[in-house]
Design a protein. Sequence first.
Length: 94
Amino acid sequence: MKTKPLINEKGEVRELTRDDMKRARPAHEVLPKELLAVLPKRKSGERGPQRQLTKLSVTVRYSREVVEYFKSTGAGWQTRMDEVLKKWVARHRA
């Protein structure tokens, strides 16, 4: 079975499939020992420290029409909604 390349002509990594994940091997099998020795040691699922908190997770309710509009703009709709709100804040902060 031939697999699709992981990187396209622009150098962007495509979304991994279940088959890709099944073929994945543990880091200790594919990386040099010298590199493994200097990598941070973390437990499975543990995240590394963030340099600076950039976003805050909250639960909020928006009107159906607002959410439907932004979702209709496609992938990245939450980021676009954030940008609109940041512009509003910048205009009204005084």
